[in-house]
Design a protein around this ligand. Structure first.
Ligand code: NAG
Ligand code: NAG
Ligand code: NAG
Ligand code: NAG
Ligand code: NAG
Ligand code: NAG
Length: 408
């Protein structure tokens, strides 16, 4: 080989190397990062001026791919662009405590290469619903979902039980209807340790949390939760902080071990039978709560039944009529009830009349009701009951019309 050839060869090699390097300097994540910068109104405060986003402050890269964006507390305005979904190596997106608005982008593509994805938009006023792209079991690394103090609304979807979330902060939504619906899905989110759902409109009972072996903080205050506080929560070995103030929780006041657990449960701010934790409560209340359970704790009785005496002298419990201490009539007409008729009605031995007309009750009329020796009147008309009608004594008037599937 001649000397010149060698020089040419070397320069070509050099040229190739340089051009490969300069190509690789332009990260494939440059367009989406520029889109993010534009969406935030090109804020000068971030100092994002280098052509290479991997050189930007608050941004980390690996192999020229953006892995972390940490622009919390930067007084940013604007929106989060859908182009964020192109940052397929992103592990951490932290935009909390800014004044962002607009919808949450769908981040459905940020899955395959993720080990950890920390999504925290705490304090940003993003709108919409809890992103359902999180439902699919494709975010094995997603451990922290912090969407507190936004404008999001709607339910926590059941698909969340497939996630590996450890902290779920959805508190303080500022949208009109806030987050609502049931929180039953928590019972299967077994990796959870910190659950902050306060300041929303969640309804329904508190789920059994015995499968959440590491969970230690549960903040549910300022919601519309109902029913009995499950013993799996009260006696949870890891529980350290619990907030239950301002709900419609019923039954006995839970008795937490106050040496281990910091309890936020103001007196009179729920519908517990008695304010003193652990005091025994009236068996009639116990039965009534058992009746509400298969009805999903409907709004009317849950909001109105308060205290430890369902037959008070002064303010009658809605739908409950008593003779002294005995419940003799139960009227639950047009209460929007769905669910099933509890067999526990048969524990009210003095019951004479039971009206459950014009609801959406399903399943059967419990056989146990036939044992009520004082029963004279049973009206379950205009529901969606099915199966055979049990055999009542001949002097019981039973109304079942308007149940298309009854007797079938
Ligand atoms: C992000 O990806 C989508 C779909 O491939 C593409 O249409 C869009 O232009 C990309 N955005 C940017 C800023 O590159
Ligand atoms: C939740 O709020 C939405 C929007 O206001 C409403 O349409 C929906 O019925 C609510 N869901 C429940 C279970 O209350
Ligand atoms: C929780 O998981 C169990 C067992 O897979 C299932 O039967 C139940 O319906 C789930 N509950 C909720 C609320 O998702
Ligand atoms: C929850 O309760 C703890 C202990 O009482 C308290 O320190 C904390 O501020 C409460 N959280 C909220 C959101 O009120
Ligand atoms: C119950 O529903 C039926 C059918 O919709 C209706 O004809 C009836 O008037 C309702 N009864 C009451 C008490 O509202
Ligand atoms: C009544 O229940 C049956 C199932 O038993 C269901 O298919 C039907 O849609 C229900 N009807 C109404 C009006 O809810």
């Amino acid at each position: 080989m001649k000397k010149l050839d060698v020089v040419v060869c070397v320069s070509i090699l050099l040229y190739l190397t340089i051009s490969i390097e300069s190509q690789s300097i332009s990260s494939p994540d440059t367009p989406p990062m520029l889109a993010l910068k534009a969406s935030l109104g090109n804020p000068e405060s971030l100092g994002w001026s280098d052509p290479d986003p991997c050189k930007w402050a608050h941004v980390s890269c690996y192999n020229n791919r953006v892995t972390d964006i940490q622009i919390g507390n930067q007084n940013l305005k604007g929106t989060l662009p859908q182009d964020l979904n192109n940052l397929t190596w992103l592990k951490k997106l932290d935009v909390m405590k800014n004044q962002l608005s607009g919808p949450l982008p769908i981040l459905s593509e940020l899955n395959s290469l993720q080990q950890v994805l920390i999504f925290s938009a705490n304090g940003a006023n993003v709108i919409g619903t809890i992103p359902n792209f999180l439902e699919a079991n494709t975010f094995p690394g997603l451990k922290h979902l912090h969407l507190a103090f936004n404008n999001i609304q709607g339910p926590i979807l059941l698909g969340f039980e497939n996630t590996f979330l450890q902290s779920l902060w959805l508190n303080g939504q500022m949208s009109e209807s806030k987050l609502n619906g049931s929180i039953a899905v928590l019972q299967n989110m077994t990796y959870l340790t910190k659950v902050w759902l306060h300041g929303n409109e969640f309804t329904g009972p508190m789920p059994d949390l015995s499968r959440l072996s590491n969970f230690n903080q549960l903040s549910l205050r300022d919601n519309n939760l109902m029913g009995i506080v499950p013993l799996s929560v009260v006696n949870h070995p890891k529980l350290a902080i619990v907030n239950l103030t301002n709900n419609y929780l019923q039954g006995p006041t839970p008795k937490f071990d106050t040496f281990k657990v910091a309890v936020d449960m103001n007196k009179g701010s729920n519908n517990f039978c008695l304010d003193e934790p652990g005091t025994p409560y009236d068996d009639r209340v116990n039965i009534l709560l058992s009746i509400l359970e298969p009805l999903g704790y409907p709004a009317i009785p849950t909001h109105a039944w308060k205290g430890n005496d369902p037959c008070p002298n002064i303010k009658r419990w809605s739908g409950i009529y008593c003779d002294q201490r005995n419940i003799i009539f139960v009227y639950m007409i047009y209460w929007g009830l769905s669910g099933t008729i509890s067999p526990y009605f048969s524990k009210f031995l003095s019951l004479e009349r039971l009206y459950l007309r014009n609801n959406s009750l399903t399943d059967t009329i419990p056989n146990g009701l036939t044992t009520l020796s004082k029963l004279k009147w049973l009206d379950v008309s205009h529901n969606n009951l099915s199966s055979k009608i049990p055999h009542f004594r001949p002097n019981v008037r039973v109304y079942t019309e308007g149940n298309p599937n009854i007797g079938k």
